[in-house]
Write a protein that binds this ligand. Structure first.
Ligand SMILES: *Cc1c(COP(=O)(O)O)cnc(C)c1O
Length: 391
């Protein structure tokens, strides 16, 4: 295989268990499997999650939810984004649980449900400060009353989403606390109006790491389960360390490894260039390995001349521009690498056997740092043409 993404389900399991241990066994987990489980394969991750005790799954689109149903998933599937009325027949058919932000959509949904003679579970979404979907804290009771009056809707949960839970900056901590206060106030008011709000939930990965107050009845991790901390612990301001250190460090490991192979080795002479635009010129005679992986596979073009791949435990720089389907690495003048050897593009950080050697930061998070993005975008962008191999 030219290039493949290994998905380590045992690591996913360990990450899942770390999250469950942190929040306690009584709280539910909704696994975010949107965007094909951040590139890891939605159906496989969904099945594994449910086997591990996940309560439900979160998707972004109706098609993502319908595909899980076609794959045999029976657990509740929440639609985390606002859908379009023309998708309602499929929402009903696939028994998805939409987030409801407003009276208008609730009514449209209720009318369709009546026509289909089916009851639809819904979660009410409250915008406590994300500024995206959801009703305002003030509107919460009237929306809850409206949903309660819709005979074909069943309110099974009430949710909010945190805008800055992944930041340990004191201002962001304060903002998250304000969001949680607003959300809890709305939930209390809904209960006071005699309406059962169902399962109450707010936390994404950042909330799980930094905000125990956000755990409530259920958490909705995504990135953390795929092995990346939304929060860079080394960036935590000292003032927050005390508060945060009360929480144990959460151990997670990257689930995806992107592996390519050396398909050609060639000698080039001092002064010769490699790849488009001639951005890299050999300073000495050297050997170049060609790898069949490019930006169409999801290796960012911005990694050109900035990233190292690991072959047999050693790092080699990506030289010249990353092309659509290929890239090149400099093996040096006396290469030990052989044709057809595997090349690790990213995966877990590599801890060398000899303790005097430094750890090689080689995760999608490190690649994201180098290319100005976040690990979410790196794993989501691993193209469909890269086969996933489950281990
Ligand atoms: C994507 C998403 C999550 C998961 O976010 P992570 O940062 O990956 O943990 C949780 N809740 C909602 C509403 C989402 O859209």
């Amino acid at each position: 295989m030219r290039t493949k993404a290994i998905i380590h389900l045992n690591r996913f399991k360990n990450n899942f268990c770390s999250v469950q241990a942190r929040i306690g066994s009584k709280r539910h987990i909704c696994v975010s499997v949107k965007a094909d489980a951040y590139g890891h394969g939605a159906l496989q991750i969904a099945k594994k999650s449910l086997e591990l005790g996940a309560y439900c799954l979160g998707v972004a689109t109706v098609a993502e939810g319908a595909n899980l149903r076609k794959g045999g998933i029976k657990a509740p599937i929440m639609l985390l984004s606002q859908s379009h009325p023309n998708e309602i027949p499929e929402i009903i058919k696939s028994d998805l649980t939409p987030f409801i932000s407003d009276i208008e959509f609730a009514s449209i949904l209720n009318d369709s449900a009546k026509a289909a003679k089916q009851k639809i579970p819904v979660h009410m979404k409250i915008d406590s400060g994300m500024g995206r979907i959801g009703c305002s804290v003030k509107e919460a009771v009237s929306l809850a009353r409206h949903i309660a009056s819709c005979t074909k809707l069943k309110l099974t949960g009430t949710a909010t989403h945190l805008a800055a839970a992944d930041s340990a900056n004191p201002k962001d901590i304060e903002y998250t606390n304000q969001q949680l206060t607003g959300f809890k106030k709305a939930v209390t008011a809904i209960k006071a109006a005699g309406i059962n709000p169902g399962i109450i939930h707010a936390a994404n990965s950042g909330g799980i790491i930094l905000h125990p107050d956000s755990w409530l009845d259920m958490v909705r991790p995504g990135i953390l389960l795929y092995g990346y901390k939304a929060v860079h612990e080394y960036e935590l301001p000292l003032a927050n360390m005390k508060k945060i250190s009360k929480l144990k460090t959460l151990m997670v490991e990257p689930v995806m490894e992107l592996i390519s192979s050396v398909v050609l080795i060639k000698k080039i002479k001092k002064g010769e260039s490699v790849s488009y635009g001639r951005t890299w010129i050999a300073e000495n005679d050297t050997y170049i390995a060609v790898l069949p992986v490019g930006y169409a596979d999801g290796l960012p073009r911005l990694a050109s001349n900035k990233w190292q791949v690991v072959i047999n435990g050693e790092e080699y720089p990506l030289v010249g521009r990353v092309c659509m389907d290929q890239c090149c690495v400099d093996l040096g003048p006396k290469p030990v690498v052989q044709r057809w050897d595997e090349a690790l593009i990213f995966g877990a950080d590599i801890v060398p056997e000899q303790s005097d050697k430094p750890v090689i930061n080689h995760s999608a998070a490190a690649l994201a740092d180098v290319t100005g993005t976040i690990p979410y975008e790196i794993t989501c962008n691993i193209n469909k043409r890269v086969p996933r191999v489950y281990k």
